[in-house]
Design a protein around this ligand. Structure first.
Ligand SMILES: [Zn+2]
Length: 151
């Protein structure tokens, strides 16, 4: 991905975000955050062009997933975990997060096509998604203090 392609891709994504009241700003790591009516996608300073575009598309995916009016119904154990720290180590909590991460990547795949992203092969995006989801699935299977209880 050339610098010029990166800039064009970034501008298209930024436009898509702004139409959804979301700004892309510098941060420590890639993250989507909503503060009442203002949403932000954070991007770190140092990253190669391809990775930056792939991760920003993924964060846009989180925006779509979390804007769903049925979001808390679809990921109930995630919400329980955020309110009650004891629920954070459960398999149900972890699986909700894995499902959201998967959905955010699937949405990134659709945005890749919709925004006609240049200088990046679709397969590279799928590869990145699989790598990240693999890491999450290892975390899901990891044992922790609470003995990885179901509830
Ligand atoms: Zn994510």
């Amino acid at each position: 991905m050339t610098r010029r392609q990166y800039t064009q891709n970034f501008q298209k994504i930024l436009k898509w975000c702004r139409e959804r009241r979301c700004e892309i700003v510098k941060g420590k790591e890639y993250m989507f955050q909503s503060h009442q009516d203002r949403n932000f996608i954070y991007t770190p300073m140092r990253s190669d062009y391809k990775s930056a575009i792939m991760f920003i598309l993924h964060e846009c995916g989180h925006l779509v997933v979390e804007r769903d009016e049925r979001y808390s119904q679809k990921f109930p154990f995630y919400h329980k975990g955020e309110q009650d720290l004891r629920s954070k180590n459960t398999k149900l909590y972890k699986m909700d997060i894995l499902r959201e991460e998967t959905k955010a990547w699937e949405t990134a795949f659709e945005l890749f096509k919709e925004l006609d992203i240049k200088g990046l092969e679709f397969e590279e995006l799928v590869r990145k998604a699989n790598e990240m989801l693999f890491t999450y699935s290892e975390w899901v299977h990891s044992r922790d203090k609470s003995d990885n209880a179901w509830e």
